[in-house]
Design a protein around this ligand. Sequence first.
Ligand SMILES: NC(=O)c1ccc[n+]([C@@H]2O[C@H](COP(=O)([O-])OP(=O)(O)OC[C@H]3O[C@@H](n4cnc5c(N)ncnc54)[C@H](OP(=O)(O)O)[C@@H]3O)[C@@H](O)[C@H]2O)c1
Length: 290
Amino acid sequence: MPSTSESALLLPGAPVAEAVLAETAAATARLRERGITPSLATVLVGDDDASAGYIRIKQRQAAELGFASPHEHLPAAASQADLHRVIARFNADPAVHGLLVQYPIPAHLDYDVALQSIDPDKDVDGMHPLNMGRLAVGLPGPLPCTPAGIETLLAHYEIPVSGREVVILGRGATLGRPLAMLLAQKRPTANAAVTVVHTGVRDWPRYARRADVLVGAAGVPGIIQPEHVKPGAVVIGAGVRYAGRRLLPDVDEACASVAGAITPRVGGVGPTTVAMLVRNVVRAAERASG
Ligand SMILES: NC(=O)c1ccc[n+]([C@@H]2O[C@H](COP(=O)([O-])OP(=O)(O)OC[C@H]3O[C@@H](n4cnc5c(N)ncnc54)[C@H](OP(=O)(O)O)[C@@H]3O)[C@@H](O)[C@H]2O)c1
């Protein structure tokens, strides 16, 4: 059971991730019995410390599950063609099931163009336009990791979403927009009345205050305050900004005094994201092997 903080139940991501990783380990074992080793290829361009750290976390998780994890580290001065050559090599390798290029890449390179050159079936970040399209029309394919992590977290804690009002603050391509598509789908763990608000909706607090589930997906520290939360509502903090190593979340901690349940300031949605990534790798391996 989640623990209590002030009046709100806390919804940590770690138990959710553990449950997903246990399922993923079982699926990996089934694949290995058939002689298939799931493989996550990663590409890092340049020497950004934070990006290198994220790659290490993903590789460590892949290693713990017994995945192969081929890696290519390109210098900061690499050209777009250099990057595409590496992507093409991993695309063509049948032993590679998942492929990601760590974001951000150096400013002289175009991330969106690189993303579009990844084989959509290997796009385990779920961000390729074809996968966004699959999500929009409800076709199977890799789901974007953070939105899928949020749906899984809500389901894990048996928070009802179906038929209820979900308000998402932010319509960004990595979070708010795909989350809205996901939670509006006709499935028991989704099926919500979803409203997306953003800078174009000046009176967004009016919508936020009627949410049964309110999601911060703006990347504006402290934008969600207790007065924006309906008493007893569930508050999910996904939007964050970093000041150096310090994490500044969208959701002010004081919201715990009004919410019925809330993700913790640290260790909420984050841990579910990597779990969704490795789940995407195993599912890609399952699809590739029929
Ligand atoms: N926890 C995780 O694992 C994880 C993973 C991915 C992303 N994130 C975080 O999620 C956040 C969103 O990511 P993203 O890529 O989707 O960002 P994005 O593209 O920058 O989108 C931010 C959204 O927030 C809205 N917004 C910004 N300021 C606002 C304000 N004052 N009032 C109302 N709306 C406002 C923007 O509105 P407009 O569209 O009108 O500009 C935009 O729709 C970021 O903080 C990112 O770090 C977290």
